[in-house]
Design a protein around this ligand. Structure first.
Ligand SMILES: *Cc1c(COP(=O)(O)O)cnc(C)c1O
Length: 382
């Protein structure tokens, strides 16, 4: 196959405009020229996060921002509620344990969203909880958690709401200030249409004041130090200069499209993907609370999911993601995040049909595609 399609929930395809920006000559970062670009992307990121606070840029993958949230906001021994509904929820648990917090873990069945009532009950049972750590979109199960509703439980108490928004920010609206989110993080290689290597984090006023008294070792991820530098369009250490050129272009593309169309596009491609999979008789992993970033779908029992995934990627040139842990070989995750539109979605469903057909699963070719097209028609202008 001469053409490759990257349809996994991160890394995601990088548009040509962004790739061209990445290829610009590197300039020195302590210059007015770099400062101008840095200042512009700072403003764009605030719009994206829905916050009047700074959004800090870190040179790391998304997990670096998660780690920096933990080490800047919580001291050893402090109790936190961790929602664990998949691989990334599990990562919050591990980070909390690593830095000697006292995590109360709310385990959620994979594919489900946490129930708000369960969060409320856990907070009532543990009045000494100082923070809630959660994903907005649990990429490993393609379910989304009710972060807005949880914000209503935490915003009037001394509880920091820390949200991993890595496949939510830029996919659907996560207005940090409006929802009472205290820490929001994302990474470059998901909805931001960039290669991996940048992470973003913003803290609310009360998270900043909490951070002043937190005693945890931190050096590279000392956010107070970063904030002081970035307010002057500079960074504490050498920034990922080329990625910031790319970010400038990616934010320009998002702004040209418009935030509401950006979110509508993700929603439309997600609905079309679900419709296509359902029309093929496949069972969705997160039918009740699906994330608009990716759709998890069970592979028919008669097929080895790993083989189907490999065949689609290596022989057909369409790379989805598989499942992790207990879902290994059992599911495919079809992404519709970032630089993805109508015909990527059609491609995804068409490839899935052909792959199933190849493995002798009874499919009527075109059936899933037709169902997806019905949904996608609404994207077309009159
Ligand atoms: C991708 C992802 C991460 C991890 O990001 P890395 O960039 O691999 O460190 C964390 N949380 C969620 C929800 C993700 O989708």
């Amino acid at each position: 196959m001469i053409k490759q399609f990257l349809l996994a929930p991160g890394p995601t395809p990088v548009p040509a405009r962004v790739r061209a920006a990445l290829a610009r000559p590197v300039i020195h970062h302590r210059t007015p020229q770099f400062g101008e670009i840095f200042g512009r992307v700072r403003e764009g990121l605030k719009e994206l996060f829905g916050t009047s606070n700074d959004v800090l840029m870190l040179s790391s993958s998304g997990t670096g921002a998660m780690e920096s949230a933990v080490v800047n906001c919580f001291s050893p021994g402090e109790k936190v509620l961790v929602v664990n509904g998949g691989k990334f929820g599990e990562r919050w648990v591990k980070l909390a344990e690593m830095y000697s917090l006292d995590p109360v873990v709310l385990t959620v069945e994979w594919g489900q969203a946490v129930r708000v009532a369960d969060v409320e009950a856990a907070l009532k049972d543990n009045p000494d909880i100082r923070g809630v750590l959660i994903q907005a979109s649990e990429t490993s199960t393609t379910a989304s958690h009710p972060v807005q509703e949880i914000g209503r439980l935490t915003r009037d108490k001394d509880i920091l709401l820390v949200v991993d928004g890595i496949t939510a920010v830029g996919v659907y609206e996560v207005p940090m200030d409006d929802w009472g989110i205290d820490v929001l993080v994302t990474g470059s290689q998901k909805a931001m249409m960039l290669p991996p290597g940048l992470a973003f984090i913003s803290l609310s006023d009360r998270a900043w004041s909490r951070s002043e008294s937190v005693c945890q070792p931190r050096y590279y991820f000392d956010l107070a130090r970063e904030r002081a530098g970035q307010a002057k369009n500079s960074t504490a250490y050498t920034p990922a200069i080329s990625l910031i050129f790319g970010l400038d272009e990616a934010l320009a593309m998002m702004q040209e499209e418009g935030w509401s169309e950006l979110y509508a596009r993700h929603d439309r491609c997600a609905r079309a993907t679900r419709a296509g999979c359902t029309a093929l008789g496949l069972r969705l992993l997160a039918p009740d609370t699906p994330s608009s970033a990716a759709t998890g779908v069970f592979v028919p029992d008669s097929i080895d999911g790993k083989k189907l995934h490999g065949y689609l990627r290596d022989k057909m040139g369409v790379a989805f993601a598989g499942g992790q842990d207990q879902l290994k070989g059992k599911i495919l995750r079809l992404a519709h995040i970032g630089y993805i539109d109508v015909f990527d979605t059609v491609t995804a469903i068409a490839a899935l049909e052909m792959g199933l057909h190849h493995f002798s699963h009874p499919v009527q070719l075109g059936r899933g595609v037709g169902a997806a097209q019905e949904v996608l028609m609404s994207a077309l202008p009159d």
